[in-house]
Design a protein around this ligand. Structure first.
Ligand code: CP
Ligand code: NVA
Length: 293
């Protein structure tokens, strides 16, 4: 079983992972469920939360994590991804990878013989969605909420769209024209029974929402599109004026002064630190759950 995107899980499995995460967070599971197990962590892109939360999580669960940065292994350079997948699977009990091309995590998962977890690609960020759902459930006691996504229809947005579809969250996605979610994601959400509403008007999305969620406009690897994107996203910045006193989520890192103001991020509306903490708990739940499959 792999987690290439959040809809690799069934609805029931998603709730099981979240329940297990909550149990582990509450200290209700025994010590060292992953004793003697190793997580190989492959990173083509930088990371603060994903790297530290997975590595800390493995320590908490009684196992061990190995950090493999872009210059540490042969992945995609000295040897094909499928060879890395098969070799690393002979040593480690899990592989987590943060890669550029989504096709590469699909290949890693296809050839890996241990669970492969997507730690972010250009198209998806399912571990972020697990943490987001855990956070929303904690804050609202369930998923009967209206969420407004304001910004880029990017990797974080796309996995959240699918996670929202699987939990019946009422989601409105507001992007500038040309930055909408992929058609394939829209179709998958529809197949899960809950396609998001879409608009190019951030104010309309925010009106009546229980939560407002944003992410950077310039994702890792898009630096050469920066000037164009800053122009195209004019009017989409979350400010204390635009947000109507709702809780604000952000997967972080935040680019203050671009998608969100420093004032709003530092305000009591921002629940971003609880959200960031939940990366650890959600992933602990995921890893233990995967080990039991
Ligand atoms: N949200 C998230 O994945 O953060 P990092 O890039 O710091 O891992
Ligand atoms: N959309 C951002 C998320 C970072 C966690 C990026 O891909 O850079």
């Amino acid at each position: 079983m792999n987690l290439v995107d959040i809809d690799d899980l069934t609805r029931e499995q998603l709730h099981d992972v979240l329940d297990l995460a909550a149990e582990i967070k509450a200290g209700e599971r025994g010590d060292s469920p992953l004793a003697d197990q190793t997580l190989a962590m492959i990173f083509e892109k930088p990371s603060t939360r994903t790297r530290v939360s997975f590595e800390t999580g493995m320590t908490q669960l009684g196992g061990h994590a190995i950090f493999l940065g872009p210059d540490d292994i042969h992945l995609g350079k000295g040897e094909p991804i499928k060879d890395t997948a098969r070799a690393v699977s002979r040593y480690a009990d899990f592989i987590m990878a943060r890669l550029f091309d989504h096709a590469d995590i699909v290949e890693l998962a296809e050839y890996g013989t241990v669970p492969v977890v997507n730690g972010l690609t250009d198209d998806a960020h399912p571990c972020q969605t697990l943490a987001d759902l855990l956070t929303i459930r904690e804050q609202f006691g369930g998923f009967d909420v209206d969420v407004a996504w304001v910004g880029d229809g990017n990797n974080v947005c796309q996995s959240f769209v699918l996670g929202a579809a699987m939990t019946d969250i009422d989601l409105t996605v507001a992007t500038p024209e040309g930055y909408e979610i992929d058609e394939s994601v829209r179709n998958r959400a529809a197949g899960l029974g809950n396609q998001p509403a879409e608009t190019n008007d951030p104010g309309a999305a925010i009106a009546g929402a229980d939560i407002v969620y944003t992410d950077v406009w310039v994702s890792m690897g898009q630096e050469d599109r920066r000037e164009q994107k800053l122009r195209d996203f004019d009017g989409f910045q979350l400010t204390t004026g635009l947000v109507d006193d709702q809780p604000v989520m952000h997967c972080l890192p935040a680019h203050r002064g671009e998608e969100i103001t420093d004032e709003l991020l530092e305000s009591d509306n921002a629940i971003v630190w609880d959200q960031a903490e939940n990366r650890l708990h959600a992933q602990n739940g995921l890893l233990v759950w995967l080990s039991e499959q």
